[in-house]
Ligand binder design. Structure first.
Ligand SMILES: Nc1nc2c(c(=O)[nH]1)N[C@H]1C(S)=C(S)[C@@H](COP(=O)(O)OP(=O)(O)OC[C@H]3O[C@@H](n4cnc5c(=O)[nH]c(N)nc54)[C@H](O)[C@@H]3O)O[C@H]1N2
Ligand SMILES: Nc1nc2c(c(=O)[nH]1)N[C@H]1C(S)=C(S)[C@@H](COP(=O)(O)OP(=O)(O)OC[C@H]3O[C@@H](n4cnc5c(=O)[nH]c(N)nc54)[C@H](O)[C@@H]3O)O[C@H]1N2
Ligand code: SF4
Ligand SMILES: [Mo]
Length: 720
């Protein structure tokens, strides 16, 4: 009898891509080297479901797809393979030379939200302790920084969702603002389906009729860049219709009188004119939101990636506060974080103004605490540095050398031709990546690093749930982990002791550094994460708080802190425990249409590609599903231009032009075109986008700029 050997057990882990961090199992294919993905139905967030990116993620591990040897540039020529010692020696030599010649801030570090908590923590420590530079920031600045800033202002704490996704089906009405969940986090669609099955209502706010908008009871399609006016208009109607929750406002908030004044200046007819959303639809939205016993607002990049993103999110938060839809079960405001570790990546110190545990770099007590964990003098820690775009924009000026880990700004930064030129003006660029990205191609040294399935580490998903990615395969020879890279450089720069390569050891130090901070991980361990399907921060190293009736019997006192799935139910994280209304007023985008540039461009994502595409463009199945860029355009402007489906069109802004085939359909506003940003070359959307920054979050205006469309023969049709 032929008995086939039992399939090896699958290693429970998580997807390498987005912030949903879907649970998956990885196991060796029978008889083969390659890994296969199997369902992990027990993990609560996705219950086994995966999108195509998750399913095909093992393709990233294939030799030929990924880097396996360090590369070093021959002076004035191409990259050649090199040994690790040569590559690391070269980086250490040049970075210390830059520092000696031009000062510590001549060396910069740029990180990414794809890095595990351990890596993000080690990178921030490396910049401050080994390099002594203030010049560190990361791509999360381009992602959810506006929502993070608004969270801090209103609630005193920034965690993307203040409740688990599991709460969504139990709310009565959800307003989803500028999130195309159906393409950007497909397994999360089930929460919307359950919500509607339970009788709850879904409102989607998006200038395009997306696959997500198709699920909605009500779709509002505002002009890009007008969500601030929209939220103020809805709140105006709330006041006018007597729907305020005065009791909640009095008991749990501050600042309403000041906020009210600005709300009353945004009367509905004005808002209708600014946004293009008809008044009856505004009224219907208010009725759905307020008639429900509980309701939520979730924002994503649509309203956030603007030069007024922080105020816009503030306006949506105000709507929740004024109606008593925050700090209560199944109600509240949340932001759908984007990258795999977009949440944890913004907590542990790779951000320009930050120390681990979401501490502030300019807070003397925070400096003292973290300096003690790092065994350094607090006065030796540099101060806050520049934000991501400002840092990239300064390359080749006072910043001479850059170490980049986990980002591909040549494709993903706004005004990318300018940033590519600044990268070219550097004395020296070192890139650690898993693939030879467009940015790595410009480097002087490229370091091939291990990736998700080849290493262990934690990420923090969009709910604030700290989870564990486990190693499921050996890395190929020649590849080292980011932690090993930082260790190797630290040793060469005289700081060998502080940079262990074992992720669990790094996590232990991170947990201590975070103790007592807003994002307190000190009660979290790899063991607990494994046993509990993740642990929600804050989770101090302390006994469980007293039970509700105030009793604290010996057993409860001995139990560890359970973590915090739901925030703000008793108090907000501000000094007085009250949520703060912020008075905000609508203002135009940094660039409004005019005679020369009469159309609005907005940008975003498609299902099968991820971010700069550095990874997903290398996966055959995904590339077949989404092979290249396109310009989504309404038939009215297309007809006026004489453009048919598939015709190449140039999208021209004050910064440059991108060319891609037209995709014509009525699922977008006639005054707006949309481009995904996943591709380099002539179809690169970011050649065109506007780097105007939000004054608080320093978020660039990816989601709106003024353009004109030209059919490819160059005929400019300003008449559009
Ligand atoms: N397939 C895929 N999934 C991803 C990613 C990916 O690259 N590909 N990236 C991950 C990351 S890092 C992130 S940040 C998330 C992003 O997730 P999302 O925010 O869902 O993605 P986007 O496509 O950038 O933008 C969402 C929607 O905003 C709309 N929009 C544009 N301008 C405006 C506006 O002014 N107002 C409003 N209300 N809406 C507007 C767009 O039409 C778009 O449908 O996705 C994550 N998941
Ligand atoms: N026009 C426009 N531009 C945008 C946006 C938009 O909506 N419109 N969205 C913005 C947003 S929200 C984001 S998040 C950014 C993202 O844009 P990028 O910062 O470019 O993000 P990725 O493409 O994910 O690049 C990550 C790089 O790190 C590598 N990598 C992955 N894992 C690891 C690791 O563990 N270690 C190391 N060393 N490298 C690793 C990948 O191979 C890849 O090359 O794009 C922004 N740009
Ligand atoms: S939704 Fe996000 S985490 Fe889940 S499988 Fe797709 S890319 Fe991975
Ligand atoms: Mo993002």
């Amino acid at each position: 009898m032929n008995v086939s050997p039992a399939a090896p057990p699958a290693v429970p882990t998580h997807c390498p891509y987005c912030a949903l961090q879907c649970g998956m199992g990885l196991r060796q294919r029978p008889g083969g080297e390659a890994l296969e993905v199997v369902e992990r139905p027990g993990f609560p967030v996705n219950r086994g479901a995966l999108c195509g990116k998750g399913r095909t993620a093992p393709d990233l591990l294939a030799p030929g797809t990924r880097l396996t040897r360090p590369l070093v540039r021959r002076p004035g020529r191409g990259l050649r393979p090199a040994g690790w010692d040569e590559a690391l020696d070269r980086i250490a030599h040049v970075l210390s030379g830059s520092r000696d010649a031009h000062g510590a801030d001549a060396v910069a570090v740029f990180g990414g939200g794809c890095l595990t908590n351990e890596k993000a923590y080690a990178l921030g420590k490396f910049a401050r302790v080994v390099l002594g530079t203030s010049q560190i920031d990361y791509n999360g600045r381009f992602c959810m920084s506006s929502a993070a800033a608004a969270h801090q202002r209103a609630f005193g704490l920034d965690r993307g969702l203040p409740f688990p996704l599991d709460d969504i089906p139990h709310t009565g009405c959800l307003i989803l603002v500028g999130s195309n969940l159906a393409e950007t986090m497909p397994p999360a669609l089930r929460y919307l389906t359950q919500l509607r099955a339970n009788g709850g209502k879904l409102i989607v706010v998006d200038p395009r009729r997306t696959r997500t908008a198709e699920q909605a009871d009500l779709h509002l399609a505002p002009r890009p860049g007008t969500d601030l006016a929209l939220a103020l208009g809805l709140l105006h109607l709330v006041v006018a219709e007597g729907r305020l929750d005065e009791e909640f406002i009095a008991a749990r908030t501050s600042g309403w009188p000041e906020a009210r004044a600005s709300v009353m200046a945004h009367w509905p007819e004005l808002v209708e004119r600014i946004t293009g959303v008809p008044l009856p639809a505004l009224r219907e939205a208010v009725a759905l939101f307020c008639d429900a016993p509980a309701s939520m607002v979730l924002t994503a990049r649509g309203p956030e990636q603007h030069s007024k993103g922080t105020d816009t999110v503030g306006a949506w938060v105000n709507l929740c506060l004024a109606t008593g839809r925050a700090g209560r079960p199944f109600s509240g405001y949340g932001c759908l974080t984007g990258q795999g570790n977009g949440q944890g990546g913004r907590e542990h110190g790779q951000k320009a103004d930050q120390l681990p545990g979401y501490r502030k770099l300019d807070d003397p007590a925070a400096r003292a605490h973290v300096a003690a964990v790092w065994s350094v003098d607090p006065d030796a820690l540099p101060g806050p540095g520049r934000s991501a775009y400002e840092l990239l924009d300064a390359l080749g000026g006072d910043v001479k050398s850059l170490l980049l880990m986990g980002s591909n700004p040549v494709v993903s930064a706004p005004h990318a031709s300018r940033i590519t030129e600044r990268i070219g003006a550097l004395d020296f660029l070192a890139v650690a990546d898993v693939v030879l990205s467009e940015t790595a191609r410009l480097a002087d040294v490229v370091l091939p690093v291990t990736q998700w399935a080849e290493e262990t580490g934690t990420t923090t998903n969009l709910e604030g749930r700290v989870i564990l990615r486990r190693q499921a395969a050996d890395p190929p020879p020649g590849v080292r982990s980011d932690l090993e890279v930082l260790h190797g450089l630290a040793v060469r720069l005289g700081h060998g002791d502080g940079f262990p390569t074992d992720p669990q050891q790094v996590f232990g130090e991170l947990a201590r550094a975070s103790a007592g901070g807003p994002a307190d991980y000190s009660g979290i361990s790899y063991r607990r994460i494994a046993e509990e399907d993740g642990v929600f921060w804050p989770c101090p190293d302390a006994p469980a708080p007293d039970s509700e009736d105030g009793a604290s019997d010996a057993r409860a006192a001995a139990a560890p802190h359970p973590g915090t799935p739901r925030l703000f139910l008793d108090r907000f994280a501000t000094d007085d425990g009250r949520a703060r209304f912020v008075p905000v007023a609508h203002r135009p985008a940094a660039e409004e249409p005019d005679a020369d540039f009469p159309v609005l461009l907005t940008t975003g994502r498609v299902l099968a590609q991820y971010q700069s595409g550095a990874q997903t463009r290398r996966v055959t199945e995904l590339n077949a599903a989404a092979p290249g860029p396109f310009v989504q355009v309404h038939p009215l402007p297309a007809d006026r231009l004489g453009v048919s489906e598939g015709d190449a069109v140039a999208v021209v802004s004050r910064r440059g032009r991108a060319v891609a085939p037209a995709r014509i359909g009525t699922d977008i506003r006639p005054d707006t075109v949309f481009m995904p940003f996943h591709w380099p070359g002539e179809g690169r959307a970011n050649t065109v986008t506007n780097p105007a920054l939000d004054p608080v979050s320093r978020m660039p205006e990816f989601k709106v700029c003024a353009v004109r469309l030209e059919p490819l023969d160059g005929r400019a049709r300003a008449a559009l």
